[in-house]
Design a protein around this ligand. Structure first.
Ligand code: GLN
Length: 251
């Protein structure tokens, strides 16, 4: 399954997340440590989104493996941001390998990623999908479970739901319709991070008052990394991080 991360804090280089740490996202693309039976490597595309002044983030996505993008190391070594979301993808069987299927998905100031799969795709979630405006379905980024999860989340954000509540509601809705799904969702607007742990690994490293980093797998041996328990919701800013149980997320 895919690996993803999000950072908020003092500006750092993209390379400080993608390449420099011992278990960087680049390393997690070819040697992930905790895939829980969901694939072996994350070679079906990658993406990074970062905020470079208000209001909208920049997104860079490719359908190739992260390690094979010859231009990325220089870009990552020259780009600094205080709010970053990045992901590497292992496509679920039957789903296309295209740039538009790679996270982060986004609209306005939002960046979103999904690590996991929707069980019984697509039949299990036709009713949930039918709650969306037809236009949203016609303009999905890609015919994938992750793109639908983003569309479901985006509809709630557009309606004014807070990010944590929106993610929790989507997980409850999809877990009920498609039991056994793995629904690790990650969302940021550059000021806060909301993330679910539901079927996959997730860890957080917080330096309260300074920075917060959330990732599928710790980026190194630093003892500051704390595992987020399964079936929980994390909402974090550089100042505070709270973890609460997800209702209705039994998998
Ligand atoms: N199922 C999603 C996709 O195919 C995410 C895959 C993953 O987490 N590996 O894009």
């Amino acid at each position: 399954m895919c690996r993803h991360l999000a950072y908020l804090g003092p500006p750092i280089l993209l390379a400080d997340l993608l390449f420099a740490p011992p278990h960087s996202l680049s390393r997690q693309s070819w040697a992930p440590g905790d895939m829980r039976g969901g694939g072996t490597i994350n070679a079906d595309g990658f993406g990074v989104g970062w905020f470079d002044g208000p209001p909208e983030p920049i997104r860079y996505r490719r359908s190739c493996p992260l390690w094979s993008d010859a231009g990325l190391p220089a870009l990552a070594a020259a780009t600094r941001s205080g709010a970053i979301l990045a992901a590497v993808r292992s496509a679920t069987e039957g789903m296309p390998v295209t740039e538009t299927a790679a996270a982060p998905f986004g609209e306005g100031r939002w960046l979103f990623s999904h690590n996991g799969r929707v069980a019984g795709w697509p039949d299990s979630v036709t009713v949930a999908a039918g709650t969306l405006p037809v236009r949203d379905l016609l303009t999905l980024d890609a015919p994938t479970d992750s793109a639908l999860l983003w569309a479901l989340t985006r509809a709630r954000l557009r309606a004014g739901e807070p990010p944590g509540a929106a993610l929790a509601a989507v997980v409850a809705q999809v877990a009920a319709a498609a039991p056994g799904s793995r629904l690790n969702l990650l969302l940021t607007d550059g000021e806060s991070i909301a993330a679910t742990a539901c079927g996959h690994s997730l860890s957080v490293r917080a330096a309260p008052g300074e920075s917060v980093l959330v990732a599928s797998e710790p980026l190194g041996p630093d003892p500051g990394w704390i595992p987020v328990p399964d079936r929980s919701l994390l909402v974090a800013t550089p100042q505070t991080a709270t973890i609460t149980a997800l209702e209705g997320a039994a998998s």
